[in-house]
Design a protein around this ligand. Structure first.
Ligand SMILES: [Zn+2]
Length: 52
């Protein structure tokens, strides 16, 4: 493809991150729409999990 600027974002291609607790990748969720940049964990469970 020519003339593209940066990465193409396809429909349904949601951003994703890696969970800081379990290390698994997780995708953007609607409930994180307001503070996605601050989300570090894939779930409440991981958020509550501290170094065991
Ligand atoms: Zn996790």
């Amino acid at each position: 493809m020519a003339g593209g600027t940066g990465r193409m974002r396809r429909k349904g291609d949601l951003p994703s991150k890696t969970c800081a607790a379990c290390g698994l990748p997780f995708a953007w969720r609607k409930k994180w729409a307001r503070d996605w940049e601050q989300v570090k964990y894939c779930s409440d469970r991981c958020r509550g999990a501290k170094a065991a």
